[in-house]
Design a protein around this ligand. Structure first.
Ligand code: DX5
Ligand code: ZN
Length: 217
């Protein structure tokens, strides 16, 4: 059986206390820290950019998994490498040259992730399987936390088949809860992003619920 990693998304964290929230989720069992960058253009929300991500870096002791919901991507790749991103994930839909973008992410020394929106078929990634270290399957339309899960188990199974024995993670992003997690894990996902399901009921001064929430997924 595949070992499942949990990557809490700090989009659901206290925006006035990211450093302490990162420490809190990692002390409560987070495997990775999922950092949702939004530009108010590719998605209808705006979060933070390279300077903030750089400030998060010293607090991250596990893996800083940066999800770019931005367009264009290429002009910012070096800034996120400088900020210390371990994994940099770009949306296939963010521009006409995703192959070049993935090449550039790896050339900048980061692991390359490819994100697919719910409307994008698995086949779109067919020629990119040797260019990626991770495929992020969006199970919500990107932009916000706390949305309802869109069932993409068929796409996950298809992607697992396309990946074959390559060392490529399938990450699920959006609406992951103790109810939806088993569905996507059974279909072949091995990294689960969760924001609202992890942060609910807790706070930096009372992080124990974070641990219980992570364990329940
Ligand atoms: C949505 C983000 C997700 C989101 C997940 O655009 O990419 O990572 O923060 O939040 P939940 O788990 O609450 O759906
Ligand atoms: Zn995300």
């Amino acid at each position: 059986t595949r070992e499942i990693k949990i990557a809490p998304s700090i989009l659901s964290a206290d925006f006035a206390d990211f450093g302490r929230e990162i420490t809190a989720i990692e002390s409560q069992g987070a495997d990775w820290v999922h950092v949702d960058v939004m530009d108010g253009h590719f998605v209808p929300n705006l979060t933070f950019g390279p300077p903030a991500v750089k400030a998060f870096r010293p607090h991250v002791k596990t893996v800083m998994d940066v999800h770019l919901m931005i367009a264009p991507v290429d002009p910012y790749i070096n800034a996120y490498a400088d900020a210390g991103a371990d994994i940099l994930t770009a949306h296939l839909e963010a521009g006409p040259h995703i192959h070049r973008t993935l090449q550039a992410i790896r050339a900048a020394g980061m692991k390359a992730g490819l994100a697919l929106n719910p409307g994008t078929p698995a086949e779109a990634a067919a020629h990119l399987m040797d260019m990626v270290d991770l495929i992020c399957v969006m199970t919500v339309n990107p932009g916000f936390g706390g949305q309802s899960f869109i069932d993409m188990t068929g796409k996950v199974r298809q992607l697992r088949g396309m990946i074959g024995d390559r060392p490529v993670h399938i990450q699920i992003d959006g609406g992951v809860t103790p109810t939806t997690a088993p569905l996507v894990a059974a279909a072949g996902a091995d990294v689960l992003v969760a924001g609202s399901a992890v942060f609910k009921g807790g706070s930096v001064s009372d992080p124990a619920p974070y641990g219980a929430n992570i364990a329940a997924i």
